[in-house]
Design a protein around this ligand. Structure first.
Ligand SMILES: [Zn+2]
Ligand SMILES: [Zn+2]
Length: 224
């Protein structure tokens, strides 16, 4: 059995709205950014890593701006601007290999927050697969909003596919039931939108359009 800590977090996420992997990965990344902002930004190796990735990606940089990470960003991004100034002064801007963008050949290190997010996602995918055969978890998962499409397909295909017969049919079966339930709610919402049915009582279907947005495109701000 995987760590009971992951199992508990997966179970808790099933009781909340939206894709459980979006939620858990998003929470992990948020905690990482908070720790960076509060203490990690002064560490020598963390500063060096941020220089080699040329800072955080656009999404995580602006998340930190919103979090008011003024001194940490000032310090970390001054490092990067200093490097750029030095480079321009020394060679007039001729590209050194280490500055090349991935698309141009040489790899820039990935954004450290994206890296954390990807590692957390991988871990939760494997924990989810191990949790599905537990009947109590399966019931809980079935009553949840399931997975967004990106995370569903990733969960089905991410290697290694150890003993897929123990979890893959369960994952497909549960996701199918969840999507069928959502589809019925969407149809109901669309039907009641018609003025002839405007007086009918409104139910759970009224928020189904938001669930559909999260399921098809991932939860807000969670996919990097
Ligand atoms: Zn997701
Ligand atoms: Zn990032």
């Amino acid at each position: 059995m995987q760590s009971s800590w992951d199992f508990e977090r997966l179970s808790e996420a099933c009781n909340k709205a939206g894709c459980i992997l979006c939620r858990l990965t998003g929470e992990t990344t948020q905690r990482y950014l908070e720790t960076w902002k509060d203490e990690m930004f002064t560490e020598v190796d963390v500063r060096a890593k941020l220089r080699s990735s040329r800072g955080f990606c656009n999404t995580h940089t602006w998340r930190l701006v919103q979090m008011g990470a003024s001194l940490p960003l000032a310090q970390a991004y001054r490092d990067i601007i200093t490097d750029e100034i030095e480079q321009l002064e020394n060679d007039g801007g001729r590209h050194r290999q280490r500055w090349f963008h991935p698309k141009n050949g040489e790899a820039l290190s990935p954004c450290p927050a994206c890296q954390q997010s990807n590692e957390a996602l991988t871990r939760f995918v494997f924990s989810l697969r191990q949790s599905l055969p537990e009947p109590s978890f399966y019931t809980l998962f079935l009553s949840s909003h399931g997975l967004c499409l990106q995370h569903f397909h990733l969960s089905c295909t991410l290697k290694p596919l150890a003993a897929p017969e123990t979890w893959l049919p369960l994952l497909r079966q549960a996701q199918l039931a969840i999507m069928q339930r959502l589809e019925a709610q969407l149809s109901e919402l669309i039907r009641k939108h018609d003025y002839r049915y405007k007086n009918e009582a409104r139910g759970a279907e009224m928020t189904s359009w938001q669930s559909a947005a999260g399921l098809v495109s991932g939860e807000e701000g969670s996919i990097t």
